[in-house]
Design a protein. Structure first.
Length: 546
């Protein structure tokens, strides 16, 4: 209800409300006049944390109150003296302009301000040590403070002064627990350790060098300081020793003029592992060290020429064969290289043949090139694709010779290169997966390979003093078969639109085994090689849609 006047319900002459003349009007007439001239909501600029937004005042809870404004005029009329009223009747009225009453709904303002400043709110982020791949150095990712805008304070300030056109939202900031300054010393130390480090074998001219990035891989830069990566230190040390060691060479056979001849053994010089690793570890964490000398010791051969049987008495014990039709040039290169590496290897009586040891490792330095390999559930490009052709053929020869299996690993899926002898194969991977078989023939054996690239055939022969045994290897017994999954299509942005390229091939899954029977003077023994092939999906790469 409005406030009653004492002038026959009319407002005093000379009164204005927000510039609107309401003198002589009734309250209702004045209210209608003021309502008709309420201005549009002004624009209010809200600032917080270095950001600014502009919003109409009514979205922040502002509203005009014409009723309260007119009521103020009614009260002004009632408060005039008798003289002032008389002057008004004579046309001498005093002019008075009352402001438009404005109000702000605090809850509406609070909600709107919270929405506007939501991106200003942030939890503090600790600084962190990162490795900048562009700079090839350790760096500090900066910290950022926590920020909390006080929308309630701003809403109350707006309610206290609805005429504001600029509204500042106070922002409270606080620092994170870990600042960039606290990490700079650790980063500087980590970068000082990044330098070339040369390794030499004592008493030998052999050496190897780690690049700064390879050295950086040997430790972590943490807030508490430099932390050694013990696993990578050990792995890198093993690779370095393999590069600088000169192992003893056992006596062996070599083909000369189509005949085997004996070649004398040689002593070697190899790393003294415990002392060398301690020296290596110390040097890695000494930024002034650029060279470390590995203590060495003499390596003695385990097979002398005197222990080799007469070459003229060597007999062919067993043969393994395989074909590799339709292989890529890269795969053929790796088959030829691996076959050449293991040809001529002699395994002492009672010794264990290691395919990876005979090979010397799968690396570019050892002559291997990129080719398709099975890795991470896919057939992908990788170093040494085709080496398994040789390990498979070698396994067939040694298994046919009756040698006990020490380690044999299978491929993930059925590989067409090893057909039709399904399951009669052996996968190798450097490091981790080897083919190892024990020589129980009672005399040294010689591994000889015959590779015919033109015919895509590989043969591995086992020569030695043929034991009195008969070996029979059965065809695979298939226990179950699982259909392959549907094909998978993967978008490759590098292909033209609409192009399709197959990168993996479907194979059903199998559960199978091969049985071997060995008959000799000791009786009959049977063993079994089991294989479980996963069902394998075809994968196609497709170009993006045009």
């Amino acid at each position: 209800m409005g406030v009653a006047s004492q002038d026959n319900g009319r407002l005093a002459p000379g009164l204005r409300v927000a510039g609107v003349d309401v003198g002589g009007l009734t309250r209702e007439e004045a209210l209608a006049a003021v309502r008709g001239h309420v201005p549009a909501p002004r624009q209010v600029t809200v600032t917080a944390g270095g950001q600014a937004w502009t919003a109409p005042a009514d979205t922040l809870g502002w509203r005009a109150d014409p009723e309260a404004s007119v009521d103020a005029a009614v009260r002004a009329t009632a408060g005039r003296t008798l003289l002032q009223r008389a002057e008004g009747l004579l046309g001498w009225a005093q002019e008075q302009d009352l402001p438009l009453v404005e109000r702000v709904d605090v809850d509406t303002a609070l909600t709107a301000l919270k929405t506007l400043t939501r991106d200003v709110r942030a939890e503090p982020r600790d600084a962190a040590v990162i490795f900048d791949k562009t700079l090839k150095a350790y760096a500090v990712r900066p910290d950022s403070p926590g920020r909390r805008p006080n929308a309630a304070a701003a809403a109350n300030a707006f309610a206290a002064n609805p005429a504001l056109t600029t509204l500042a939202v106070p922002v409270t900031e606080w620092r994170p627990a870990r600042t960039a300054e606290s990490l700079r010393a650790q980063v500087q130390q980590g970068n000082r350790l990044m330098r070339p480090l040369t390794v030499k074998l004592g008493g030998s001219g052999r050496a190897g060098t780690l690049t700064p990035l390879q050295v950086a891989d040997l430790y972590w830069v943490r807030p508490g300081g430099i932390v050694p990566d013990e696993k990578t230190l050990q792995t890198t040390f093993q690779k370095l020793t393999a590069a600088v060691d000169q192992p003893a060479r056992n006596a062996r056979y070599a083909l000369q003029g189509g005949k085997f001849v004996r070649v004398k053994e040689q002593t070697g010089r190899v790393t003294d592992r415990a002392a060398a690793f301690a020296a290596f570890r110390k040097a890695v964490f000494d930024p002034a060290a650029d060279t470390v000398v590995f203590p060495a010791k003499v390596s003695q051969p385990t097979l002398t020429v005197a222990a080799l049987p007469d070459p003229n008495k060597l007999e062919l014990i067993a043969t393994g064969t395989s074909t590799y039709y339709h292989s890529s040039p890269e795969r053929r290169t790796n088959v030829a290289n691996a076959a050449a590496k293991i040809s001529g290897v002699v395994v002492p009586a009672g010794g264990t043949f290691s395919f990876l040891q005979a090979l010397g490792g799968i690396s570019e330095d050892n002559g291997f090139v990129g080719g398709l390999i099975i890795s991470g559930g896919r057939t992908v490009d990788g170093l040494g694709g085709g080496v398994c052709q040789v390990s498979t053929t070698t396994f067939r020869a040694l298994y046919q010779a009756g040698l006990p299996v020490v380690e044999r690993n299978q491929h993930s899926y059925r590989v067409s290169y090893y057909e039709p002898q399904v399951g009669f194969e052996a996968a190798v991977y450097d490091p981790g997966l080897d083919l190892r078989m024990k020589n129980d023939t009672g005399a040294p054996i010689l591994i000889k390979t015959v590779n015919n690239d033109a015919r895509s055939t590989l043969k591995v022969e086992v020569w030695g003093v043929k034991p009195e045994r008969q070996v029979t290897v059965s065809p695979a017994v298939i226990l179950s078969r699982t259909p392959h999954p549907p094909a998978e299509y993967v978008v490759n942005p590098g292909l033209p639109a609409g192009a399709v390229r197959q990168v993996d091939w479907a194979q059903d899954g199998y559960d199978l085994y091969i049985t071997r029977t060995v008959r000799d003077a000791g009786g009959v023994r049977t063993d079994k090689v089991s294989t479980t092939y996963k069902p394998w999906r075809a994968v196609y790469e497709v170009g993006p849609r045009g």
